[in-house]
Each structure stands twice: as structure tokens, then as C-alpha cells.
Design a protein around this ligand. Structure first.
Ligand code: CA
Ligand code: CA
Length: 404
């Protein structure tokens, strides 16, 4: 089910097809979204926004291997279109899959491996095997952003069970264990038969079917929280990125909301001579608001450029999402956009020439609109108090190293 509860994917055990339904508020009824997806399915997951569905296709007499296919909803044709090729499971054991909230990161057991969508080649790029312990094939769960994964092994330790978690380290670009294995309370509990991570990956619920704590084989669920490292809890105080601008400076504030593919989005600020000043992105989190504020001298002319590496901007359909950016200069909104292709440029500053001089970067295709913001009159006195900018909401995830 999608995060808002309005989209569900369903299948029947023998039907050989998957259907997706969306709840329509106006008619108060469930309407089928797109056509049938013709696959046998013994596992189904759907992205938070209901736009991507992953299906585990069981082995058959003809095809002895289980595999995973992923479909995304295509607005214009109102149909489900396969994303990339099929992802093969191992020949033996259970095959479970889980997708990130964006639907572009897929984890599969067993062995535990993560696949990420490469949009350029429309294929699934597979990463290294994260865990090859064949016993961990009971359950898998993943945080929304695809950077924390939990796997369960109900048959470990003579069917007592255990759960293992991993985290993706953006610096080393590798997966590492997150704390020690979590073990069952008692022999025969089958702890880890199900695992479920919260959206942020910090809370983990684990089922144990045959735990005796509430009666003979009554079963229980343990809910655990990851504790940040023992140094200062930096996550509790968001970093201040709104600088105070001096009297001879104006603040430039960027509010950028990413789409489903934040790693395509970057931006850069250069002065009128092309000298580098600031840059940002690519971004890690999809559908997320990023705020940046900088001070620029009131007499300076500079060019803000936003780029999209896949040349399709940062919006506008249910698959890509509805990303956009807003630029405020001296507390005035000067540009709001998202529907561009490769690049969009805005020249900013009271001293900017009325036309872009030949010394400015000329690589911009002429088909891409260039917006200029050259205020005709600026207040003669720059604001002397702190501009009424809301504090930044940029959030840094602290490293989670231990489990209680
Ligand atoms: Ca028991
Ligand atoms: Ca894009």
C-alpha cells in the first residue's frame, strides 16, 4: 500500500496478474489504475507514492528461477511500463524484495543485494553482495531512502532466530553492519520471521511467532530503536545555514525540492566573468526540500544555473515527481521553476548588464530560456536586521552505530 493509503496493489494466488487500485475521493470508490500487469506474483511491494510496483515472479516448470520485475505508472499512456530488465533471484530458497520509497532502489534476499535504477540505460545496476548468509531468507525491510536494511533469520540458532541490519555509508560507498545481530529471547522463538523498519530506518519491529512471554507460543513483537553514537547528538540541532548578511550584502536563498531522481540535480553560481562562487548537489534524498542561503555583495552580478544530468528537469509527472526550485534575492521571489531540460540560468544583481555579455558562459543552448533579474530600483539601504528567512530545514542524519 502507498504511504497515504490511497493506492494498493493486489494479486490472486492463481490469477497471473497484478492490479493496482486508487481510492477516488469524488466517487468514494476504488478505481483500477492503468491496465493489468501480467505476471504471476508471490510477492508485491509498492512505492510510497504508489507509482512503482515490484513483483516477485515465482519459478515455473519452464522457468526454474524466481525473478523480480518492476513497473512504473506512465501518466500519458495510463499504463504500467516495465523499469529495466528482470532481476534474477537465486535458484534456491525464498526470494523477497523490498523497494525504497522512490522505487529506484531494490533490495533482494537471498543473498542480500541492492539494485539501483540507471535511467540512462534503463537497467538495474547491481551492487556487491551485502550478506551471503543463506539462512537469512525469512524477511527483509528497508528505510524509505534505501540506506538501512534489516533481514531476518527465523531458523538461526536452532529456530530461535536473529535479525541483522546494515547501513549504506555514503563516504565509502559500501554497506556495513549496523550494530550487532539482534538475537531471540529464548530458544524456539523464530525471532525475525518478519521485520519492519520505520520510514527513517531508526525503529525496527521484529516478530517472533513462538515466543512464550505472553503465554505458551503466544508470540510477540519487539520494537527497538537505533541509538545515535555516544558523542553529542548533532541531529537534534539542525545546522544553521542562514548567515547574517552584512549591510552591504544581500541574501540569496535557494529552496530546492528534489524529484524522484535527486542525483540528477546540481546547481552552480558563477560571477559575471564565469568565476566559480558556489555549487550544490547532486542530492541524496528524493522529494525533499533543501534550503541554502548565501550573502552576496550588493554590487556584484552573478549567474545562478541549475542543471539536470538526464536533461528532463526536476518535474513534472507522477513518476519523476513535482520537484521545483525557488530563488529569493534580497527576500523577493525572483524565480520559481522545475520544468526545464538540461539547464536554466538566471542572472542576478543590480549591476548586471541588460544583456548577457560575451564573456559570460556561452554553452547554454539557445532553446533554453534565460531569465534575468535586474531590479530597476533597489532600496538605497540594505536591510540592517536579520532577514525574515525561516531557518533552514536541511537535516543531517547522524550516524547510527549501536542498537539497544
Ligand atoms: Ca515457544
Ligand atoms: Ca531529471
Amino acid at each position: 500500500m502507498s504511504a497515504d493509503g490511497n493506492t494498493v496493489a493486489v494479486t490472486s494466488s492463481s490469477g497471473g496478474q497484478v492490479r493496482v487500485f486508487t481510492f477516488e475521493e469524488t466517487s468514494k470508490s476504488w478505481e483500477q489504475r492503468g491496465g493489468l500487469i501480467k505476471h504471476l506474483a508471490h510477492g508485491l511491494t509498492i512505492s510510497s507514492d504508489g507509482a512503482v510496483v515490484s513483483i516477485v515472479v515465482p519459478a515455473t516448470k519452464i522457468d526454474s528461477r524466481q525473478y523480480v520485475v518492476i513497473y512504473r505508472f506512465h501518466d500519458s499512456s495510463m499504463s504500467w511500463i516495465q523499469l529495466g530488465g528482470r532481476i534474477n533471484c537465486s535458484y534456491y530458497g525464498n526470494c523477497y524484495t523490498v523497494i525504497s520509497s522512490s522505487g529506484t532502489i531494490v533490495a533482494i534476499i537471498h543473498p542480500l543485494r541492492v539494485y539501483t535504477l540507471d535511467r540512462n540505460s534503463n537497467s538495474w545496476k547491481y551492487g556487491e553482495i551485502i550478506d551471503n548468509d543463506y539462512r537469512f531468507d525469512s524477511s527483509v525491510s528497508m528505510s524509505s531512502d534505501g540506506t538501512i536494511i534489516a533481514i531476518g533469520c527465523e531458523r538461526c540458532d536452532y529456530y530461535s532466530g536473529r535479525v541483522r541490519t546494515f547501513t549504506f555509508n555514503h563516504d565509502s560507498l559500501s554497506w556495513t553492519l549496523l550494530g550487532d545481530d539482534i538475537v531471540a529471547e529464548a530458544v524456539g522463538d523464530r525471532f525475525g520471521v518478519q521485520v519492519s523498519l520505520s520510514s527513517d530506518g531508526k525503529v525496527l519491529a521484529c516478530g517472533a511467532t513462538y515466543n512464550d512471554g505472553n503465554g505458551d507460543n503466544a508470540g510477540h513483537v519487539r520494537v527497538m530503536k537505533f541509538q545515535p553514537s555516544n558523542d553529542d547528538n548533532t541531529s537534534s540541532s539542525p545546522p544553521s545555514m542562514s548567515p547574517l548578511c552584512d549591510d552591504d550584502m544581500y541574501p540569496l536563498r535557494l529552496e530546492l525540492k528534489t524529484d524522484r531522481f535527486p542525483d540528477e540535480t546540481t546547481w552552480k553560481i558563477v560571477d559575471i566573468d564565469g568565476t566559480f562562487m558556489k555549487a550544490g548537489g547532486p542530492y541524496a534524498d528524493h522529494f525533499t526540500m533543501y534550503n541554502e542561503t548565501y550573502c552576496f555583495h550588493t554590487e556584484i552580478c552573478f549567474i545562478f544555473s541549475v542543471f539536470d544530468s538526464l536533461e528532463d528537469g526536476i518535474c513534472c509527472d507522477s513518476f519523476s515527481g513535482y520537484g521545483n526550485y525557488k530563488l529569493y534575492y534580497n527576500n523577493e521571489l525572483i524565480r520559481e521553476s522545475g520544468d526545464f531540460e538540461k539547464q536554466e540560468d538566471i542572472m542576478i544583481g543590480r549591476t548586471c548588464p541588460s544583456q548577457r555579455p560575451s564573456t559570460a558562459p556561452t554553452s547554454v543552448p539557445s532553446t533554453i530560456p534565460t531569465a534575468s533579474f535586474i531590479p530597476s530600483s533597489f532600496p538605497s539601504i540594505a536591510p540592517t536586521s536579520i532577514p525574515s528567512i525561516t531557518p533552514t530545514v536541511y537535516y543531517i542524519y547522524s550516524e547510527l552505530i549501536s542498537i539497544i
